[in-house]
Design a protein around this ligand. Structure first.
Ligand code: LLP
Length: 437
């Protein structure tokens, strides 16, 4: 089966996988494996796609990259180059974004349990927007703003009660969710009253996010309609006019041949059409439309390179091929039963003889799987295996389980590679440890 080649990926004249003009077998040699390689041009084009769609629709908009999908200093700088804003969900992400030089006003802060210290840090930095998630946060944030004698632009995160089709762990917009104020029970309205009555808040708009890896526009359509209905209602009853409407992220991407996602821009068009039409009909000023794509900006741009090691054939049952990484740098198969594809980065040998194998990692547990059942050319120890579409929620969810160091990350563009996250060393692993005595 032909591998899926994303972005600038291609097989070069040596029949080696090339990403961003760089031969991946050379990258594996130079930087070692496991290695995350990002196709920078692919990230740029995804980012531009969103911005251009809004421009074509002549709509005011903000594309805030959901940095939880993958981030580091260079990544923040890249999205800044492309004119995107970003959202952060922790003090750590905020710190990294600021350190990367992102202007605080271009940052939005999410989370269902932001701590005092995190909120204080955000306010001190003069962060652009805080997305208020719950009643506790209204009180906490208000008290910090009072202490600091500051006013803060905020959005209210609402749970619109939409069950978008995706893995249950990554659903967020349904009523039974830990995120946001529920609309149906009246909590959202109660939150609105509190925020409007508090002089420390400048309520600039409303937010919702219905889930992740969503393949059709139906969920977005329903969520947008529900949010618009709330906006019309609150204008009539509270004279509140939302300057911005943030409809979150969640646009699906292609992991395997079976996935058939829409162009990310298709979701934007659907959302925008509903917003425009409702505003015209109801004589409501068109709000600035914000979206928060994470996965759709980085997933397909990322490829993980592994070196094949041991192989175990259990006659009639399964053949395990082990690679030098696993659930440490990619826990998505173990956690969500996520599906991926892989192929040898060097295809100059005999690719005809295929076998059905399962790709496993080097971690000490049976759940440490990367791919269950995939037909691959016969692999031998030392071969470089490229696992595609690993750019989102891979490195960002990495752990040091079994005290394995986290891998390095390289950006490839126009034939040049740049190390953007160093490989962790054993020294790094003991860096925080203190002796018994
Ligand atoms: N905005 C909010 C408020 C979110 O909670 C998320 C993701 C996003 C935007 C970005 O969604 P995206 O465009 O990336 O789908 N670890 C899981 C995904 C968790 C998503 C959490 N929230 C995974 O590996 O599939």
């Amino acid at each position: 089966m032909m591998p899926i080649l994303f972005g600038t990926s291609k097989m070069n004249e040596k029949t080696h996988l090339e990403i961003g003009g760089c031969d991946t077998t050379v990258l594996a040699e130079k930087y070692g494996t496991p290695l995350y390689v990002y196709d920078v041009a692919c990230i740029r084009s995804q980012a531009r796609g969103f911005k251009e769609t809004f421009n074509q629709l002549e709509l005011e908009s903000k594309v805030t990259y959901a940095s939880k999908a993958f981030t580091c200093i260079a990544m923040y700088q890249l999205i800044q180059e492309e004119g995107l804003c970003c959202d952060v969900v922790s003090g750590g992400e905020l710190f990294t974004a600021l350190k990367a030089g992102i202007s605080a006003s271009d940052i939005a802060f999410h989370g269902n349990n932001k701590t005092y210290a995190e909120l204080k840090m955000a306010i001190d930095a003069k962060i652009g927007t805080i997305m208020i998630d719950n009643f506790h946060e209204i009180e906490l944030l208000s008290s910090i703003l009072e202490e600091q004698d500051q006013k803060q632009a905020v959005m209210l995160r609402l749970a619109p009660g939409v069950d978008a089709y995706t893995h249950k762990f990554i659903l967020t917009g349904q009523e039974d969710s830990k995120f946001g104020f529920d609309i149906k029970s009246g909590q959202a309205e109660e939150a609105l009253k509190k925020v409007l009555a508090d002089p420390h808040f400048d309520l600039i708009g409303l937010h919702c996010h219905i889930g992740s890896q969503i393949f059709d526009t139906e969920g977005f359509k329903i969520a947008t309609e529900k949010m618009m209905a709330v906006m019309m209602d609150w204008k009539t009853r509270y004279e509140f006019v939302a300057k911005s409407l943030n409809l979150g992220g969640g646009f699906g991407v292609k992991y395997t041949q079976e996935d058939d996602p829409l162009e990310p821009t298709a979701y934007v068009k659907e959302i925008a059409t509903i917003v425009k039409a409702t505003c015209h009909k109801e004589n409501y000023p068109i709000p600035s439309i914000w979206i928060e794509p994470g996965r759709s900006i980085v997933a397909e741009a990322g490829t993980t390179l592994y070196t094949v090691g041991s192989k175990k054939e259990i006659p009639g049952i399964r053949t395990y091929v082990s690679v030098d990484g696993g659930m440490g740098e990619n826990i998505r198969t173990a956690l969500y039963d996520a599906k991926y594809e892989a192929f040898p980065a060097d295809q100059s040998g005999d690719m005809k003889e295929e076998e059905l194998v399962s790709i496993t990692g080097k971690y000490c547990e049976s759940g440490d799987m990367l791919i269950h059942d995939i037909k691959l050319p016969k692999l031998e120890a030392g071969d470089i295996l490229a696992m595609t579409s690993t750019g989102a929620y891979g490195y960002s969810m990495a752990s040091n389980y079994n005290r394995n160091p986290r891998p390095a990350v390289v950006f490839a563009e126009n034939g040049e590679s740049r190390l953007v996250i160093k490989r962790e060393t054993y020294e790094d692993l003991t860096h925080l440890d203190l002796p018994l005595k």
